[in-house]
Design a protein around this ligand. Structure first.
Ligand code: ZN
Length: 416
Protein backbone atom coordinates (compact mmCIF):
# COMPACT_ATOMS: atom_id res chain seq x y z
CA UNK A 1 0.00 0.00 0.00
CA UNK A 2 1.25 3.48 -0.92
CA UNK A 3 1.14 6.04 1.87
CA UNK A 4 2.25 9.66 1.84
CA UNK A 5 1.79 12.81 3.95
CA UNK A 6 -1.69 13.30 2.50
CA UNK A 7 -2.68 9.83 3.72
CA UNK A 8 -1.90 10.87 7.30
CA UNK A 9 -3.74 14.19 6.96
CA UNK A 10 -6.78 12.38 5.57
CA UNK A 11 -6.70 9.78 8.37
CA UNK A 12 -6.31 12.45 11.06
CA UNK A 13 -9.23 14.50 9.69
CA UNK A 14 -11.43 11.41 9.33
CA UNK A 15 -10.65 10.35 12.89
CA UNK A 16 -11.26 13.86 14.28
CA UNK A 17 -14.66 13.91 12.59
CA UNK A 18 -15.59 10.54 14.11
CA UNK A 19 -14.53 11.63 17.60
CA UNK A 20 -16.43 14.91 17.27
CA UNK A 21 -19.67 13.31 16.10
CA UNK A 22 -19.39 10.51 18.61
CA UNK A 23 -18.91 12.84 21.58
CA UNK A 24 -21.77 15.10 20.45
CA UNK A 25 -23.99 12.01 20.23
CA UNK A 26 -22.95 10.89 23.75
CA UNK A 27 -23.74 14.38 25.12
CA UNK A 28 -27.15 14.32 23.40
CA UNK A 29 -28.02 10.91 24.86
CA UNK A 30 -27.01 12.03 28.37
CA UNK A 31 -28.88 15.32 28.13
CA UNK A 32 -32.09 13.73 26.84
CA UNK A 33 -31.91 10.92 29.44
CA UNK A 34 -31.41 13.43 32.27
CA UNK A 35 -34.59 15.28 31.24
CA UNK A 36 -36.62 12.13 30.66
CA UNK A 37 -38.35 12.18 34.07
CA UNK A 38 -40.50 15.27 33.57
CA UNK A 39 -42.05 17.29 30.75
CA UNK A 40 -40.58 20.83 30.47
CA UNK A 41 -42.96 23.14 32.28
CA UNK A 42 -44.03 25.22 29.29
CA UNK A 43 -45.30 22.03 27.56
CA UNK A 44 -46.81 20.32 30.60
CA UNK A 45 -50.39 21.08 29.49
CA UNK A 46 -50.09 19.79 25.92
CA UNK A 47 -47.60 16.93 26.16
CA UNK A 48 -48.29 14.01 28.51
CA UNK A 49 -45.39 12.32 30.32
CA UNK A 50 -45.62 9.10 28.29
CA UNK A 51 -45.31 11.02 25.00
CA UNK A 52 -42.30 12.90 26.41
CA UNK A 53 -40.65 9.64 27.43
CA UNK A 54 -41.38 8.04 24.08
CA UNK A 55 -39.65 11.02 22.42
CA UNK A 56 -36.65 10.58 24.73
CA UNK A 57 -36.37 6.84 23.96
CA UNK A 58 -36.83 7.43 20.22
CA UNK A 59 -34.13 10.12 20.24
CA UNK A 60 -31.65 7.91 22.10
CA UNK A 61 -32.37 4.99 19.73
CA UNK A 62 -31.83 7.25 16.70
CA UNK A 63 -28.47 8.52 18.00
CA UNK A 64 -27.33 4.95 18.75
CA UNK A 65 -28.21 3.81 15.24
CA UNK A 66 -26.38 6.93 14.03
CA UNK A 67 -23.22 5.61 15.73
CA UNK A 68 -23.43 2.39 13.70
CA UNK A 69 -23.99 4.43 10.54
CA UNK A 70 -21.01 6.68 11.32
CA UNK A 71 -18.68 3.72 11.90
CA UNK A 72 -19.94 1.81 8.86
CA UNK A 73 -19.55 4.85 6.61
CA UNK A 74 -16.02 5.48 7.91
CA UNK A 75 -14.98 1.85 7.40
CA UNK A 76 -16.40 1.95 3.86
CA UNK A 77 -14.43 5.13 3.05
CA UNK A 78 -11.28 3.38 4.24
CA UNK A 79 -12.03 0.18 2.33
CA UNK A 80 -12.72 2.05 -0.92
CA UNK A 81 -9.57 4.14 -0.66
CA UNK A 82 -6.63 2.77 1.37
CA UNK A 83 -8.19 -0.70 1.42
CA UNK A 84 -7.82 -0.87 -2.37
CA UNK A 85 -11.52 -1.09 -3.32
CA UNK A 86 -11.35 1.63 -5.97
CA UNK A 87 -8.04 0.28 -7.25
CA UNK A 88 -9.65 -3.14 -7.70
CA UNK A 89 -12.63 -1.66 -9.55
CA UNK A 90 -10.30 0.37 -11.77
CA UNK A 91 -8.09 -2.61 -12.69
CA UNK A 92 -11.12 -4.78 -13.40
CA UNK A 93 -12.65 -2.27 -15.83
CA UNK A 94 -9.31 -1.46 -17.49
CA UNK A 95 -8.93 -5.13 -18.46
CA UNK A 96 -11.40 -5.25 -21.37
CA UNK A 97 -9.69 -2.14 -22.86
CA UNK A 98 -12.74 -0.04 -23.62
CA UNK A 99 -12.26 3.65 -24.46
CA UNK A 100 -11.35 5.78 -21.40
CA UNK A 101 -14.82 7.34 -21.50
CA UNK A 102 -16.58 3.97 -21.28
CA UNK A 103 -14.13 2.60 -18.71
CA UNK A 104 -14.68 5.65 -16.50
CA UNK A 105 -18.46 5.46 -16.78
CA UNK A 106 -18.41 1.74 -15.90
CA UNK A 107 -16.18 2.36 -12.86
CA UNK A 108 -18.43 5.14 -11.52
CA UNK A 109 -21.65 3.21 -12.19
CA UNK A 110 -20.32 0.06 -10.49
CA UNK A 111 -19.25 2.16 -7.51
CA UNK A 112 -22.74 3.65 -7.26
CA UNK A 113 -24.40 0.25 -7.52
CA UNK A 114 -22.15 -1.44 -4.94
CA UNK A 115 -22.53 1.49 -2.52
CA UNK A 116 -26.31 1.35 -2.94
CA UNK A 117 -26.34 -2.35 -2.07
CA UNK A 118 -24.01 -1.87 0.92
CA UNK A 119 -26.38 0.82 2.27
CA UNK A 120 -29.32 -1.58 2.30
CA UNK A 121 -28.76 -3.40 5.64
CA UNK A 122 -28.64 -0.25 7.78
CA UNK A 123 -31.49 1.28 5.84
CA UNK A 124 -33.48 -1.91 6.55
CA UNK A 125 -32.65 -1.63 10.27
CA UNK A 126 -33.77 2.01 10.31
CA UNK A 127 -37.13 1.23 8.72
CA UNK A 128 -38.03 -2.18 10.13
CA UNK A 129 -36.34 -2.07 13.54
CA UNK A 130 -36.10 1.55 14.71
CA UNK A 131 -39.18 3.11 13.05
CA UNK A 132 -41.16 -0.11 13.58
CA UNK A 133 -40.35 -0.23 17.30
CA UNK A 134 -41.77 3.25 17.84
CA UNK A 135 -44.83 2.64 15.70
CA UNK A 136 -43.89 4.94 12.81
CA UNK A 137 -43.21 2.39 10.10
CA UNK A 138 -45.91 1.58 7.56
CA UNK A 139 -43.58 0.28 4.85
CA UNK A 140 -43.38 -3.36 3.83
CA UNK A 141 -40.49 -5.43 2.55
CA UNK A 142 -42.09 -5.29 -0.90
CA UNK A 143 -42.22 -1.46 -0.91
CA UNK A 144 -38.66 -1.37 0.46
CA UNK A 145 -37.29 -3.58 -2.32
CA UNK A 146 -39.32 -1.85 -5.03
CA UNK A 147 -38.03 1.54 -3.80
CA UNK A 148 -34.47 0.30 -4.09
CA UNK A 149 -35.04 -1.04 -7.62
CA UNK A 150 -36.79 2.13 -8.76
CA UNK A 151 -34.09 4.34 -7.23
CA UNK A 152 -31.42 2.29 -9.02
CA UNK A 153 -33.25 2.51 -12.36
CA UNK A 154 -33.72 6.29 -12.03
CA UNK A 155 -30.06 6.75 -11.02
CA UNK A 156 -28.92 4.68 -14.04
CA UNK A 157 -31.26 6.40 -16.49
CA UNK A 158 -30.30 9.93 -15.37
CA UNK A 159 -26.77 9.22 -14.14
CA UNK A 160 -25.34 7.43 -17.18
CA UNK A 161 -25.69 10.26 -19.72
CA UNK A 162 -24.66 12.78 -17.05
CA UNK A 163 -21.46 10.85 -16.18
CA UNK A 164 -20.62 10.41 -19.88
CA UNK A 165 -21.07 14.14 -20.45
CA UNK A 166 -18.99 15.19 -17.42
CA UNK A 167 -16.14 12.79 -18.23
CA UNK A 168 -16.17 13.95 -21.84
CA UNK A 169 -15.90 17.60 -20.75
CA UNK A 170 -13.08 16.72 -18.34
CA UNK A 171 -11.11 15.05 -21.12
CA UNK A 172 -11.75 17.63 -23.86
CA UNK A 173 -12.40 21.09 -22.42
CA UNK A 174 -8.82 22.05 -21.54
CA UNK A 175 -7.49 23.58 -18.33
CA UNK A 176 -10.81 25.20 -17.37
CA UNK A 177 -12.81 21.99 -17.61
CA UNK A 178 -13.91 22.43 -13.98
CA UNK A 179 -15.70 25.66 -14.86
CA UNK A 180 -17.67 23.91 -17.62
CA UNK A 181 -18.42 20.92 -15.39
CA UNK A 182 -19.64 23.28 -12.67
CA UNK A 183 -21.96 25.02 -15.14
CA UNK A 184 -23.26 21.65 -16.38
CA UNK A 185 -23.91 20.60 -12.79
CA UNK A 186 -25.81 23.86 -12.13
CA UNK A 187 -28.04 23.48 -15.19
CA UNK A 188 -28.62 19.82 -14.36
CA UNK A 189 -29.60 20.63 -10.74
CA UNK A 190 -32.07 23.30 -11.80
CA UNK A 191 -33.51 20.95 -14.41
CA UNK A 192 -33.93 18.22 -11.77
CA UNK A 193 -35.68 20.63 -9.39
CA UNK A 194 -38.08 21.44 -12.18
CA UNK A 195 -38.57 17.85 -13.36
CA UNK A 196 -38.64 16.03 -10.01
CA UNK A 197 -42.22 16.73 -8.84
CA UNK A 198 -43.78 16.00 -12.22
CA UNK A 199 -41.75 13.03 -13.44
CA UNK A 200 -39.85 11.31 -10.62
CA UNK A 201 -41.86 11.74 -7.41
CA UNK A 202 -44.94 10.04 -9.00
CA UNK A 203 -42.84 6.86 -9.46
CA UNK A 204 -42.74 6.50 -5.67
CA UNK A 205 -45.96 8.08 -4.41
CA UNK A 206 -49.50 8.82 -5.50
CA UNK A 207 -50.49 12.47 -5.66
CA UNK A 208 -54.08 13.59 -5.79
CA UNK A 209 -55.49 17.12 -5.81
CA UNK A 210 -56.62 18.38 -2.41
CA UNK A 211 -60.34 17.63 -2.05
CA UNK A 212 -61.21 19.24 1.30
CA UNK A 213 -63.04 22.37 0.06
CA UNK A 214 -62.74 24.38 3.29
CA UNK A 215 -59.00 23.79 3.46
CA UNK A 216 -58.56 24.42 -0.25
CA UNK A 217 -60.36 27.77 -0.01
CA UNK A 218 -58.21 28.81 2.97
CA UNK A 219 -55.02 27.93 1.14
CA UNK A 220 -56.06 29.64 -2.07
CA UNK A 221 -56.88 32.82 -0.14
CA UNK A 222 -53.50 32.71 1.58
CA UNK A 223 -51.67 32.22 -1.73
CA UNK A 224 -53.67 34.93 -3.46
CA UNK A 225 -53.03 37.45 -0.64
CA UNK A 226 -49.33 36.85 -1.22
CA UNK A 227 -49.42 36.84 -5.01
CA UNK A 228 -48.18 33.26 -5.22
CA UNK A 229 -48.99 31.15 -8.27
CA UNK A 230 -48.58 27.40 -8.24
CA UNK A 231 -49.39 24.45 -10.39
CA UNK A 232 -51.65 22.90 -7.75
CA UNK A 233 -52.17 21.70 -4.21
CA UNK A 234 -51.62 17.98 -3.81
CA UNK A 235 -52.00 15.33 -1.14
CA UNK A 236 -49.34 12.60 -1.13
CA UNK A 237 -49.86 9.10 0.24
CA UNK A 238 -47.00 9.38 2.75
CA UNK A 239 -48.91 6.95 4.97
CA UNK A 240 -47.87 4.02 2.76
CA UNK A 241 -44.37 4.28 4.25
CA UNK A 242 -44.52 6.16 7.54
CA UNK A 243 -46.81 7.96 9.98
CA UNK A 244 -44.42 10.95 10.08
CA UNK A 245 -46.18 13.97 8.57
CA UNK A 246 -44.85 16.83 6.49
CA UNK A 247 -45.72 19.57 4.02
CA UNK A 248 -43.51 21.15 1.39
CA UNK A 249 -43.23 23.29 -1.69
CA UNK A 250 -41.51 21.64 -4.58
CA UNK A 251 -40.58 22.36 -8.17
CA UNK A 252 -39.38 25.40 -9.99
CA UNK A 253 -41.05 28.13 -12.07
CA UNK A 254 -44.41 27.10 -13.48
CA UNK A 255 -43.94 23.59 -12.11
CA UNK A 256 -44.13 24.74 -8.46
CA UNK A 257 -46.58 22.78 -6.37
CA UNK A 258 -47.63 22.38 -2.76
CA UNK A 259 -47.60 18.90 -1.30
CA UNK A 260 -49.19 17.74 1.94
CA UNK A 261 -48.59 14.29 3.37
CA UNK A 262 -51.97 12.65 3.97
CA UNK A 263 -50.78 11.99 7.54
CA UNK A 264 -50.50 15.75 8.14
CA UNK A 265 -54.04 16.37 6.84
CA UNK A 266 -55.33 13.76 9.30
CA UNK A 267 -53.44 15.19 12.28
CA UNK A 268 -53.96 18.95 11.95
CA UNK A 269 -57.05 21.16 11.76
CA UNK A 270 -57.54 23.33 8.62
CA UNK A 271 -56.42 26.45 10.55
CA UNK A 272 -53.25 24.69 11.67
CA UNK A 273 -52.50 23.44 8.16
CA UNK A 274 -52.94 26.96 6.85
CA UNK A 275 -50.42 28.17 9.45
CA UNK A 276 -47.90 25.48 8.43
CA UNK A 277 -48.36 26.52 4.82
CA UNK A 278 -47.88 30.19 5.74
CA UNK A 279 -44.51 29.16 7.22
CA UNK A 280 -43.57 27.29 4.02
CA UNK A 281 -44.66 30.29 1.97
CA UNK A 282 -42.35 32.37 4.17
CA UNK A 283 -39.40 30.37 2.81
CA UNK A 284 -40.39 31.46 -0.69
CA UNK A 285 -41.13 35.08 0.25
CA UNK A 286 -37.76 35.44 2.02
CA UNK A 287 -35.98 33.98 -1.05
CA UNK A 288 -34.59 31.07 0.96
CA UNK A 289 -34.70 28.70 -2.01
CA UNK A 290 -32.76 31.16 -4.15
CA UNK A 291 -30.25 31.78 -1.35
CA UNK A 292 -29.76 28.04 -0.83
CA UNK A 293 -29.14 27.46 -4.55
CA UNK A 294 -26.67 30.38 -4.66
CA UNK A 295 -24.78 29.13 -1.60
CA UNK A 296 -24.57 25.63 -3.07
CA UNK A 297 -23.43 27.07 -6.39
CA UNK A 298 -20.55 28.89 -4.67
CA UNK A 299 -19.60 25.82 -2.60
CA UNK A 300 -19.60 23.62 -5.71
CA UNK A 301 -17.61 26.19 -7.69
CA UNK A 302 -14.91 26.14 -5.00
CA UNK A 303 -15.09 22.35 -4.91
CA UNK A 304 -14.68 21.94 -8.66
CA UNK A 305 -11.84 24.50 -8.71
CA UNK A 306 -10.09 22.51 -5.97
CA UNK A 307 -10.61 19.32 -7.97
CA UNK A 308 -9.19 21.12 -11.02
CA UNK A 309 -5.98 21.52 -9.04
CA UNK A 310 -5.97 18.08 -7.36
CA UNK A 311 -6.50 16.18 -10.61
CA UNK A 312 -2.87 16.82 -11.65
CA UNK A 313 -1.34 15.88 -8.28
CA UNK A 314 -0.05 12.29 -8.14
CA UNK A 315 -0.01 12.42 -4.31
CA UNK A 316 -3.79 12.88 -4.31
CA UNK A 317 -4.26 9.45 -5.96
CA UNK A 318 -1.34 7.65 -4.32
CA UNK A 319 -2.20 8.96 -0.88
CA UNK A 320 -5.69 7.49 -1.21
CA UNK A 321 -4.75 4.05 -2.44
CA UNK A 322 -5.03 4.53 -6.22
CA UNK A 323 -1.95 4.00 -8.39
CA UNK A 324 -2.92 5.54 -11.73
CA UNK A 325 -4.42 8.99 -12.22
CA UNK A 326 -7.52 9.45 -14.38
CA UNK A 327 -10.43 11.88 -14.66
CA UNK A 328 -12.97 9.43 -13.25
CA UNK A 329 -10.76 8.40 -10.32
CA UNK A 330 -10.18 12.05 -9.40
CA UNK A 331 -13.94 12.57 -9.43
CA UNK A 332 -14.69 9.44 -7.39
CA UNK A 333 -11.96 10.05 -4.81
CA UNK A 334 -13.16 13.61 -4.40
CA UNK A 335 -16.78 12.55 -3.86
CA UNK A 336 -15.80 9.80 -1.39
CA UNK A 337 -13.26 11.76 0.63
CA UNK A 338 -14.71 15.28 0.80
CA UNK A 339 -17.43 14.49 3.39
CA UNK A 340 -14.62 13.72 5.88
CA UNK A 341 -13.49 17.35 5.45
CA UNK A 342 -16.83 19.13 4.97
CA UNK A 343 -18.42 17.64 8.11
CA UNK A 344 -16.75 20.46 10.03
CA UNK A 345 -18.85 22.96 8.06
CA UNK A 346 -22.06 21.30 9.29
CA UNK A 347 -22.63 23.78 12.19
CA UNK A 348 -22.47 26.68 9.71
CA UNK A 349 -25.08 25.13 7.40
CA UNK A 350 -27.27 24.18 10.37
CA UNK A 351 -27.05 27.74 11.65
CA UNK A 352 -28.10 29.24 8.31
CA UNK A 353 -30.97 26.77 8.07
CA UNK A 354 -32.23 27.62 11.59
CA UNK A 355 -31.99 31.33 10.76
CA UNK A 356 -34.22 30.73 7.74
CA UNK A 357 -36.70 28.80 9.91
CA UNK A 358 -37.01 31.79 12.27
CA UNK A 359 -37.54 34.10 9.29
CA UNK A 360 -40.25 31.84 7.87
CA UNK A 361 -41.90 31.72 11.32
CA UNK A 362 -41.80 35.53 11.40
CA UNK A 363 -43.49 35.62 8.04
CA UNK A 364 -46.23 33.25 9.25
CA UNK A 365 -46.66 35.38 12.38
CA UNK A 366 -47.04 38.45 10.14
CA UNK A 367 -49.91 36.63 8.44
CA UNK A 368 -51.63 36.40 11.85
CA UNK A 369 -50.90 32.69 12.11
CA UNK A 370 -48.91 32.63 15.34
CA UNK A 371 -51.31 30.75 17.63
CA UNK A 372 -52.23 28.19 14.99
CA UNK A 373 -48.60 27.64 14.07
CA UNK A 374 -47.67 27.06 17.71
CA UNK A 375 -50.55 24.58 18.08
CA UNK A 376 -49.52 22.80 14.89
CA UNK A 377 -45.85 22.63 15.92
CA UNK A 378 -46.64 21.20 19.36
CA UNK A 379 -48.85 18.55 17.74
CA UNK A 380 -46.13 17.71 15.20
CA UNK A 381 -43.40 17.52 17.85
CA UNK A 382 -45.63 15.17 19.81
CA UNK A 383 -46.74 13.00 16.86
CA UNK A 384 -43.20 12.70 15.48
CA UNK A 385 -41.72 12.09 18.97
CA UNK A 386 -39.20 14.91 18.58
CA UNK A 387 -37.37 15.62 21.79
CA UNK A 388 -38.14 18.89 23.60
CA UNK A 389 -34.81 18.74 25.44
CA UNK A 390 -31.92 18.36 22.99
CA UNK A 391 -28.34 18.90 24.08
CA UNK A 392 -27.53 22.53 23.08
CA UNK A 393 -24.19 21.68 21.45
CA UNK A 394 -25.57 18.69 19.57
CA UNK A 395 -28.47 20.83 18.40
CA UNK A 396 -26.20 23.68 17.29
CA UNK A 397 -24.18 21.20 15.23
CA UNK A 398 -26.92 19.07 13.66
CA UNK A 399 -30.34 20.71 13.85
CA UNK A 400 -31.71 22.27 10.68
CA UNK A 401 -34.75 23.40 12.69
CA UNK A 402 -34.62 25.20 16.06
CA UNK A 403 -35.52 22.97 19.02
CA UNK A 404 -39.18 23.21 20.10
CA UNK A 405 -38.80 25.42 23.22
CA UNK A 406 -36.65 28.02 21.43
CA UNK A 407 -38.82 28.07 18.34
CA UNK A 408 -42.05 28.44 20.28
CA UNK A 409 -40.57 31.06 22.60
CA UNK A 410 -39.56 33.02 19.49
CA UNK A 411 -43.10 32.78 18.08
CA UNK A 412 -44.61 33.76 21.44
CA UNK A 413 -42.64 37.00 21.52
CA UNK A 414 -44.20 37.77 18.12
CA UNK A 415 -47.73 37.75 19.59
CA UNK A 416 -46.83 40.07 22.45
ZN1 ZN B 1 -39.32 25.73 7.46
Amino acid sequence: MMMNAFTYIFLAVLFAGIVLQWSLGRRHIQHVSRHRKSVPEEFSLEIPLDAHQKAADYTVAKVKLGFYELITASILILLWTLGGGLQLLDSAWRNPEYSPLVTGTCVILSFMLISGILDLPLSWVRTFKLEQRFGFNKSTLKIFILDFLKNTMVALAIGTPMILLVLWIMANAGAYWWLYVWFTWLVFSLFMMWAYPAFIAPLFNKFRPLENQELKQRIENLLERNGFTSNGIFVMDGSTRSTHGNAYFTGLGANKRIVFFDTLIDELSPEEIEAVLAHELGHFKCNHIRKRISTLAVVFLLGFALLGWLIDMPWFYNGLGVSESSTYMALLLFVIVSPAFTVFLQPLFSYISRKHEFEADDFAAGQAQTDNLIKALVKLYKENANTLTPDPLYSAFHDSHPPAPIRIAHLTTRTA
